[in-house]
Ligand binder design. Structure first.
Ligand code: HEM
Length: 499
């Protein structure tokens, strides 16, 4: 009788697609970009529905009221992360964004707050402004490389904040290795990319042979440890030599006991912040450029509509279309439904932001919609549950780096609009070449695409050079311990910008 029941939907669960015995909805679970399928199902089964994965339950929320009630008001019971086997293999519970809801997570999150609160974030503005000056200069000199210039920008900021050590070029070996690691890692983290979470007890023993993703997990763990302990080791060496650079990780190393972190946890603490702070911001920037290329007419009134534009990019291409999965540590009820203890909860922010009941013509870009209502929703709707910061998450697990991220976005978007014109690439017949859209992973980073980026005037090009050169003083504080190749690169680009 037990086995007949496994996989079938309990009567008090939210509705969902029909199940099969034992496996439930496992055979239907999408293996790529699950937010698209989750959104299709939301249009059929509603703003709250369930999927059965073997004996386990997945709840998908595509309704701002349900998100508010379950993840904000009941955040005491919905702030866990699911036990994901691949996460366990790679991070052994030490990754702040993926850690279970417990003491380790609390210690890591508290340690992060010292550098990430709104007030603390203001201290990072000088390096963010300097890095934005380099972003503009890089795009001016090599516009075709814009895709990796954005990555360098975001990664260099968080490295400077943590280790006081910037990445002067994408080709800096540590930066290249980091992004290589990250792209394999995020693809593996995408829900559905590896065997499902609720079959974990079986997975420890089965399959006993090394699968493709188990080998990938071993490789990613090795890369992460190489990078994260290398950065920490450099900091420890500096302190031993009595040559501190005043970075936050020096404080963490000095006060390790007070912070409650051992060496292993300290290395992963910083590593997880580099991960959280790098490709998220650059995915946003690349989506921004993609939208500017696809909607050149928007530029005419760009300065007036900056806030609307920024919100619109978050709506149109939310960086994390399913946020990161939450999990329940206590059974809760919503409407007449049961949300069982242990269930995985996805917030389908993509589905919310593309809901035709909420937004007029949701598949169109239209930043103007944010001039009509605060949320950009149809006039006259009651949408107080819809948080303008939904794309940064909800409840106790919401993005810890939101202030640093918003400052990075504000500074770079404003500067890029001021400096450049963006045009789509054209083929030999003059037809616009459509870009391929999505890569694989938990973030909606567009795949590299081509476009034409040109300075708006000659005076602006001159100013970009000047600003980059003038940022030298700020940069120099973060340029200790660079490799000889990086030193040479820095010297050359400064010489070029001063000519
Ligand atoms: C455009 C930029 C960014 C976006 C859209 C973004 C979005 C998100 C989202 C959706 C989550 C999961 C929220 C949830 O589960 O409810 C998250 C978590 C997190 N983010 Fe961000 N993020 C960005 C930038 C950053 C930056 C710059 C940092 C660090 C400097 C950062 C650090 C974190 C951390 C530590 C967590 C884990 C929170 C936890 O589980 O306790 N993020 N972010």
């Amino acid at each position: 009788i037990y086995f007949r029941k496994v996989g079938s939907r309990e009567s008090d669960l939210p509705p969902g697609p029909p199940t099969l015995p034992i496996i439930g909805n496992l055979h239907l679970f999408p293996t790529k970009s699950p937010h698209f399928k989750f959104t299709e199902w939301a249009r059929i089964y509603g703003g709250i529905y369930s999927l059965k994965i073997g004996p386990g339950t997945v709840i998908v929320l595509t309704d701002p009221n349900a998100v508010k009630e379950l993840l904000e008001k009941k955040s005491g019971s919905t702030s866990d992360r699911p036990a994901i086997y691949i996460v366990e293999l790679v991070t052994r519970g030490l990754h702040v964004a993926l850690a279970r809801y417990g003491d380790t997570w609390r210690t890591l999150r508290k340690t992060a707050h010292s550098i990430l609160t709104a007030q603390a974030a203001e201290r990072h503005l000088p390096i963010q402004q300097a890095e934005a000056a380099q972003l503009l200069y890089d795009i001016l000199c090599t516009p075709k490389g814009f895709f990796t210039h954005g990555r360098r920008y975001s990664s260099s900021i968080i490295m400077s904040v943590l280790y006081g050590k910037r990445a002067p070029r994408y080709e800096t070996p540590e930066t290249t290795l980091f992004f290589r690691m990250w792209h394999e890692w995020t693809a593996l983290l995408e829900p559905g990319a590896t065997p499902p979470i609720d079959l974990i007890p079986l997975l420890r023993f089965f399959p006993p042979w090394p699968t493709k993703w188990k080998r990938a997990a071993t490789r990613i763990r090795a890369w992460q440890r190489d990078l994260y302990f290398r950065f920490l080791g450099q900091t420890e060496d500096r302190l031993r030599r009595g040559e501190p650079n005043g970075s936050y990780m020096e404080e963490v190393v000095r006060k390790q006991k007070e912070f409650g972190l051992d060496r292993e946890t300290a290395a992963y603490f910083a590593g997880a912040l580099i991960e959280g702070g790098s490709d998220t911001t650059s995915a946003y920037l690349n989506s921004f450029i993609l939208c500017m290329v696809a909607h050149p007419t928007f530029r005419r009134e760009r300065r007036k509509k900056l806030t609307e534009l920024k919100l619109q990019i978050h709506r149109f291409r939310p960086v994390a279309p399913l946020l990161f999965p939450h999990a329940a540590t206590k059974s809760e009820r919503y409407l007449n439904y049961m949300i069982p203890n242990g269930s995985t909860i996805f917030v389908n922010s993509w589905g919310i932001f593309h809901d035709p009941d909420l937004y007029e013509d949701p598949e169109s870009f239209l930043p103007e919609r944010f001039l009509l209502t605060e949320n950009g929703t149809k006039p006259g709707l009651e949408t107080s549950s819809l948080k303008p910061t939904l794309s940064f998450g909800v409840g106790r697990r919401a993005c810890a780096g939101i202030h640093v991220a918003q400052n990075s976005i504000n500074i770079s978007v404003m500067n890029l609009l001021w400096a450049f014109d963006f045009k789509p690439p054209v083929d030999l017949e003059g037809n616009v070449i459509e870009p391929d859209l999505w890569g694989q992973g938990i973030t909606t980073d567009p795949l590299p695409f081509e476009c034409q980026i040109t300075p708006r005037t000659r005076e602006k090009a001159e100013l970009i050079r000047q600003e980059f050169f003038d940022a030298t003083d700020v940069f120099e504080k973060f340029e200790f311990g660079l490799s000889s190749e990086d030193r040479e690169f820095v010297a050359q680009s400064r010489r070029r910008s001063s000519m």
